[in-house]
Design a protein around this ligand. Structure first.
Ligand SMILES: C[S@@+](CC[C@H](N)C(=O)[O-])C[C@H]1O[C@@H](n2cnc3c(N)ncnc32)[C@H](O)[C@@H]1O
Length: 290
């Protein structure tokens, strides 16, 4: 079954995602693309990657936002249009399913595609795009899925970019005696089948993508992209603590009481400006052989 993602959670994390992703890797991708690149954004959610990467590409471009969740795709269109208008850019709707954002450095064409990523490559229009991109997706997928996307990209010599893959380096500061229990449960939950045909890769996503694309002759680049929620970000730090706790309780239901007590302590620390959270991620860019 496909996991359901809350649009409000995606909105809450957008600023932290934007701070975390490596602009160097995105610019390296932008340099490798043609004059008016066409990008296929897998698991696009509310379109945060297009909002972040669009200005870095800095020229006319086309995005197809792929997601199983129709409501998230609709929200993506509204959010992209609202944010563009908020900075004074005009937006037009040439058709019901197409949004044009008239940025000062070229027009962005935005389209949506409701599709199930379990059915790749058949569910994807890979024949008329220039790159496959995604953010916060690949720790949900299975090893078999990674092999399939790498083979599909290689067949068309398409670059592949995957931002914000968790790397297992989670740290809440100050330390708490139950950190090990919570992180252990959280890690176990990350491996649960998230609907991509096998165990989810979790912290192994970057290694699996690297091996699969290297085997296809790709050049693979990495960059660290941690979320850093300091004392000034109490709401996000508390949300992260509860997110970890809920996943840990899912994996270790008998430990629910202790894990909940950990989360309550962490929330109090966050409210008092005493909690810091650092959640490690890695961005990856795989470029086809020249
Ligand atoms: C963690 S969210 C990331 C969303 C967005 N990329 C972002 O970072 O804000 C994962 C996204 O993948 C989508 N998704 C999960 N499983 C899917 C599937 N089998 N087919 C298509 N989309 C899927 C979800 O609906 C969700 O929007």
């Amino acid at each position: 079954m496909t996991e359901v993602f809350d649009g409000d959670w995606l909105d809450q994390r957008e600023g932290f995602d934007a701070q975390a992703r490596s602009p160097e890797l995105a610019l390296m991708l932008a340099d490798a693309l043609p004059a008016r690149p066409r990008l296929l954004d897998l698991g696009a959610g509310t379109g945060s990657l297009a909002r972040w990467m669009g200005p870095l590409i800095g020229r006319s471009q086309a995005w197809t936002l792929v997601d199983a969740d129709r409501l998230l795709i609709e929200r993506a269109f509204v959010t992209i249009s609202d944010r563009a208008n908020a900075v004074g850019w005009n937006t037009t709707w040439p058709g019901k399913r197409t949004l044009l954002v008239h940025s000062p450095r070229g027009t962005w064409r935005i389209e949506g595609l409701q599709a199930d990523l379990r059915a790749i490559p058949g569910s994807l229009p890979l024949h008329n795009i220039d790159a496959v991109v995604c953010t916060a997706l690949c720790d949900l997928v299975s090893a078999a899925w990674v092999e399939k996307i790498a083979a599909a990209c290689a067949a068309r010599r398409l670059p592949f970019y995957a931002a914000l893959n968790v790397d297992g380096r989670e740290r809440f500061i100050p330390p708490h005696p139950l950190d090990g229990l919570v992180m252990g449960g959280f890690t176990r939950d990350q491996g649960r089948d998230k609907g991509f045909g096998g165990r989810a890769l979790g912290r192994q996503a970057t290694a699996a993508l690297t091996a699969a694309f290297k085997a296809q002759g790709y050049e693979v680049h990495h960059a660290a992209s941690p979320w850093v929620a300091g004392p000034g970000h109490s709401e996000f730090a508390a949300t992260l603590a509860w997110g970890h706790a809920e996943a840990a309780m899912n994996a270790l239901p008998r430990e629910s009481a202790r894990i909940e007590a950990w989360a309550e302590t962490r929330e109090r620390q966050a409210v008092n400006g005493k909690l810091q959270a650092r959640i490690g991620h890695t961005d990856l860019l795989a470029l086809p052989p020249k």
